[in-house]
Design a protein around this ligand. Structure first.
Ligand SMILES: Cc1ncc(COP(=O)(O)O)c(C=O)c1O
Length: 388
């Protein structure tokens, strides 16, 4: 393996192969709740938009058209409670995983720089730091950041980028305005760029975060968080989950226009361009709220089946107030839980994929069809219920 390959972690899903085989062998077939990949059809309004732009002989703009960037700005105002996103500070990306993996490199970080991410987190924040030859470090709260900063003062390293993820993959925890504001204040005092990965923001379940009940998952660009000043801040968003568009790779980053201009300069040279039909589909998806609301209700119905079934079977479900996952524990090693569920034909992701702090949880995704989800209560029925 090359030196670079060796510096990257093993692809964690490989370690799930035996449990997956066991779940597939169930007479009723597998209920796969392990990967957060959408399973419902791409909305017709978006697919039609993609088709309408199929004739694309010329190169598209890396920056996206002004119309697309204005659509993103209007989306923040309408859906996220954020006025004043400068269209010059918007940039389409080839899905958001690409940006997560390359942001440290695009920002010019490297050896001697540290990239912080939540202690239990989507693994690509760590990968992105390694690709830049920077050092990944787990820290999310102000207390954890203070501790990290004290260590850096001794090592001579510099914190260059701080990732937030709200709602979180895998925990479904939401950072509310005071928590976001505290982290932004901390980072600003130290000149650290904050990138907030918000790709589950349209999927709020708790009253405070459910848009159908007047709630909102706050963005890092929310004026209550940053005082309306987007300097040093990036909000990362994707239509993969809200619009069943993971196959299109349709996402964007928005915030500080100066930072976005820096990213754009590198991305133009590197050919990191969103294809024209996808740019058209992205703008269409962001302008149409009806399909997002319908998809949210599909997930809500699946959650309403899975959550009580898990609780009846002795699971405690932590956080999970928003997003596509139920962060669940039976107070045992996560691999034991994965095996118990695989034996019943249900595949879930072990929490240790997301960091050592996740070792006693499993991540149960809401991304299976209604027919598959409906199988789960019966399959779990013989698991011991709560002991207390
Ligand atoms: C937290 C988080 N960020 C980013 C992504 C990547 O999404 P995409 O590349 O489809 O936009 C995912 C996908 O699961 C995710 O969970």
């Amino acid at each position: 393996m090359s030196a670079r390959g060796a510096a990257l972690p093993d692809f964690p899903w490989d370690s799930l192969a035996a449990a997956a085989a066991r779940a597939r062998a169930h007479p009723g077939g597998i209920v796969d709740l392990s990967v957060g990949t959408p399973v419902d059809p791409t909305p017709a309004v978006v697919a039609d938009a993609l088709r309408s732009a199929a004739d694309a002989p010329g190169y598209p703009q890396t920056w996206g058209t002004p119309a697309l960037r204005e659509t993103v700005s209007a989306w923040y105002a309408r859906r996220r409670g954020v006025d004043g996103v400068d269209p010059d500070g918007v940039l389409p990306t080839v899905g958001s995983k690409e940006l997560v993996a390359w942001l440290p490199t695009l920002l010019g970080l490297g050896p001697g720089d540290v990239v912080a991410h939540p202690p239990v987190a989507y693994p690509t924040y760590d990968v992105g730091a390694r690709l830049a030859r920077a050092r990944p470090a787990a820290a999310g709260t102000v207390d954890e950041l203070d501790e990290l900063a004290a260590g850096l003062a001794a090592s001579g390293e510099r914190l260059g980028l701080l990732w937030l993820n709200s709602p979180s993959n895998p925990t479904g925890a939401v950072l509310d305005v005071p928590e976001l504001a505290a982290v932004v204040r901390w980072a600003r005092e130290r000149g650290v760029v904050v990138a907030s990965d918000e790709c589950y923001a349209e999927l709020g379940w708790d009253a405070a975060h459910d848009t159908t009940r007047g709630g909102l998952v706050p963005s890092v660009l929310d004026p209550r968080v940053c005082g309306g000043d987007h300097t040093g801040l990036l909000s990362v968003y994707s239509t993969s989950k809200q619009s069943n568009l993971a196959g299109y790779r349709a996402a964007f980053v928005a915030g500080d226009p100066a930072l976005v201009r820096d990213l754009l300069a590198v991305r133009k040279h590197a050919g990191m361009i969103v294809p024209w039909p996808v740019q058209v589909a992205l703008a269409t998806a962001l302008a149409d709220d009806a399909h997002v609301d319908a998809q949210r209700e599909r997930y809500r119905a699946r959650r309403d089946v899975l959550l009580p079934a898990l609780r009846r079977s002795g699971f405690r479900v932590d956080a999970s107030g928003a997003g596509l996952y139920l962060w669940s524990t039976r107070e045992e090693d996560c691999r034991t839980t994965v095996d118990a569920l695989a034996g019943r034909g249900v595949l879930v992701a072990p929490g240790d994929f997301y960091g050592p702090a996740g070792a006693r949880h499993v991540r149960v995704a809401l991304t299976a069809t209604d027919e598959r989800v409906a199988q789960v209560p019966d399959r779990l029925a013989d698991l011991a219920g709560p002991t207390a």
